[in-house]
Ligand binder design. Sequence first.
Ligand code: HEM
Length: 418
Amino acid sequence: MGSSKNIDELLYSEEHYADPYPLWERMRHESPVFFDKRLNAWLLTRYQDCVEAFANHKEFSNRLYSKTLGVVFGPTMLDKDGQEHVVQRRIVAPEFVGKRFEPYYEAIDRNARNLIEQFPDHGVVDLVNAFTTRLPVNVIVDMLGMDQSDHDRFHDWYTTMMAGLSVKDLLESQFSSDKQNLGVLAHKELADYVAPIINDRKSCPVDDLISKIVHAEAAGQKLTLTEIQAFISLLLVAGGETTDKGIANMWTQLLLNPDQLGLVLDDHELFDAAFSEMMRHSSPVPGQLRYSLNEVTFSGITIPPDQAVYIQLASANNDETVFKNPRSFKIDREDLHLSKERKVGHHGEEGRYGHLGFGLGKHFCLGYEMARVEAVMGSVLLSEKMKNPRLAPGADTSFVLKSGTRSPKEVLIEYDQA
Ligand code: HEM
């Protein structure tokens, strides 16, 4: 890293896009609370500061999401604060955890098997194309109770919506407008498509997620048609795109670290730990947005009110004061909590800290269990199909930052017949 350059210049350099971790390390030391003029936002890079920011629901609001995701698919729980958020989340949350979520394991298993069946018996496969971009969205389509023949259509909608979400200036909300317009259009098409199904489920509920959401209530409130339509789009983007990247990141790191790959191939139960380490080492979603309502101080620097603040959680997850040798991918880490996450996080019990890859606090990821089950179950089935998996010759393992996620464009795996 050319340390003679200043942080402003480096933040938008090719070298930072290719590997942001060296600059984040420098920022944690030199300027942990950094004002990025181009983005018009403050960047937090230290673990402790990011934990505090996620947990601070008094000084921070989530309202800026109405200028990013909200523009494409309308209001969702993500842009709500306080009681309004609590109620919206409580209406749908029970479906995504524990006993109520277990019936959907079957959809994960079936969809993963369907995709893997189409792999060649041996040779080379691009896991991104053949599996990761497909599994999460197919599972959501099934959970919602949509027709299997809709998989491709939903896949197109969610990729177009995703592309419409990039924002250039967080406070002024300047978008790359062509893509944004296409994103809005994709949401509209999807919303029109699901509207009659939602109405139908109101009078004739069946055993699917839409029926459950239509009839669920909290504090005497139900979601309106517009809110259900927006929630379905949120589900595809927040649940589809992210899990897609998560599985791709996990396999990339395993393939780049054959000793670690050997461990999970010998003992499939270790995919659970590999998932946690992936969330820390190669967080699929590198940061989250907040808006300061009052003055708020981190590492001795005070951020004024009415500012955009970017919680750079991927930097926090690689803070060397918390995780030893953070850039080494090790599934048997002694400093990381290695199984299911908690909404309030893990703060050093027995020397283990939680990763922040799913956020923390009230907006903690709704799909943390679903993402883990998909990645772990899918990976077990993949390793049953692919004997001796290895990086294919010429595979490009570089990570790309795009629409708020970071992952490789392809994961080319060569394998033998099982
Ligand atoms: C590896 C995969 C995933 C990653 C990395 C991820 C990441 C995140 C993060 C960082 C947040 C916090 C947002 C904030 O604090 O502003 C979040 C929230 C959320 N996630 Fe996930 N997520 C993943 C999978 C899923 C899945 C499978 C679903 C499907 C249900 C989902 C649905 C949501 C929703 C609805 C929220 C908003 C919760 C709220 O505002 O209360 N996510 N996710």
